[in-house]
Design a protein around this ligand. Structure first.
Ligand code: 3PG
Length: 186
């Protein structure tokens, strides 16, 4: 399911969400993440150097790290991931035009949801692993506990507002496989 995203999530309970503004920061980021025993990175598509930084990170550290791409918002972004053989894809949402490209890419992917209706749309696609985003704004741990009752088969990767103090509480939940956050690389 979802091109086996579960394996990526299970092997990487902490997923650093990293926005790179300067290609010279790549080595620093790699060293910092490695020192925290993290072996994966989600590089967002949010800056002028995003695409180049994903290519460079993969070229330099792809043997050691799972290199994923975040902020996937359309079929073009999926094509970039296919062309560059990235290890996984993360979207902040779930749009009809992305369903087929994501499925056909062969690359593990996790779409974003925040509300029950969005979860139902995801279930209709035959999916059950979602990024819960932005977790802190959409009810955090309480919302996830409620979703566990309503959608017992669904598992989440909460992201947004997580930090050093609260991430362990999220990871304790049975319907949370991994968590994401930008603080991990800082
Ligand atoms: C994301 O894209 O997942 C968020 O920017 C990460 O949220 P955070 O900065 O609150 O960790």
């Amino acid at each position: 399911m979802q091109n086996n995203i579960l394996q990526i999530l299970e092997e990487n309970p902490l997923i650093p969400v990293v926005t790179i503004n300067d290609l010279n920061d790549i080595d620093k980021i790699y060293i910092r993440l490695k020192s925290k025993n993290v072996r994966c990175i989600e590089i967002t598509l949010r800056t002028d150097v995003s695409r180049e930084s994903i290519k460079l990170f993969k070229e330099k550290y792809g043997d050691d790290f799972k290199v994923g791409v975040g902020t996937i918002v359309g079929a073009k972004d999926v094509q970039f991931c296919i062309d560059n053989r990235v290890d996984f894809m993360v979207s902040p949402g779930l749009a009809p035009a992305m369903i087929e490209p994501l499925e056909k890419s062969g690359i593990p992917f996790i779409p974003g949801v925040s509300t029950p209706s969005e979860i139902i749309k995801g279930l209709e696609c035959g999916w059950k692993f979602f990024k819960f985003f932005p977790a802190n704004i959409f009810g955090g741990i309480d919302a996830l506990k409620t979703y566990a009752n309503i959608f017992p088969s669904v598992k989440f990767c909460p992201t947004g507002g997580l930090n050093e103090r609260n991430y362990k509480d999220y990871l304790k939940l049975d319907n949370v496989v991994s968590i994401g956050g930008s603080w991990l690389s800082k």
